[in-house]
Design a protein around this ligand. Structure first.
Ligand code: GDP
Ligand code: MG
Length: 163
């Protein structure tokens, strides 16, 4: 069985955009509205040195904010059971949110390898500006733009060498 790499994070950080880019095809729906991907999506990534199964945990469409948060926690718990590597995605243009901190606390307690993926960073200049904000979360990190491709080869290398 191929190793499982699971993307988690709050809605709208760019999980489906990353999933699509790593799969090089439009399998996941990408939307402006948070939580539009209903179920987890699976795809096989053929990497340079390793193949793996990539999972986009999406998010349920729910009316209540509180329920939505509970749903995200549930997805992270599931990821903690099944993943060989967790990609914890955050929005570099938004800074660290309270929900990011709660997810980080859950993930630190998991025994799984976790890599922080700071998305929506589109170049060295932005990277230098936002890097410090995210160190406090306490994970190895990559700063990328899933939409524009910045630093994607570095992330791919890091994923494959963690498997
Ligand atoms: P998800 O809810 O975490 O799956 O997030 P999506 O992949 O659906 O993306 C949410 C929004 O963020 C969409 O409007 C994307 O186009 C946008 N987005 C994703 N990656 C980037 C990026 O690298 N830079 C910018 N500026 N926007 C991005
Ligand atoms: Mg999505």
């Amino acid at each position: 069985m191929l190793p499982f790499v699971v993307i988690v994070g709050r809605p709208n950080v760019g999980k489906s955009t990353l999933f699509n880019r790593l799969l090089r095809q439009n399998k996941a729906m990408v939307h402006d509205r948070p939580g539009v991907t209903r179920d987890s999506l699976y795809g096989r990534v053929q990497g340079r040195t390793r193949d793996y199964t990539l999972v986009d945990t999406g998010g349920l469409v729910l009316e209540q904010g509180a329920q939505l948060e509970e749903e995200i926690y549930e997805q992270v718990r599931e990821a903690m059971h099944s993943a060989d590597l967790i990609l914890f995605m955050v929005d570099g243009s938004a800074g660290v949110t309270a929900l990011d901190e709660q997810l980080a606390a859950m993930l630190r307690q998991s025994r799984r390898p976790v890599r922080l993926v700071v998305n929506k960073v589109d170049g060295e200049e932005r990277a230098a500006l936002v890097e410090g904000d995210f160190y406090s979360l306490g994970f190895d990190m990559n700063m990328v733009s899933a939409a524009h491709g910045y630093n994607m080869p570095v992330l791919q290398e890091a994923i494959e060498s963690s498997l």
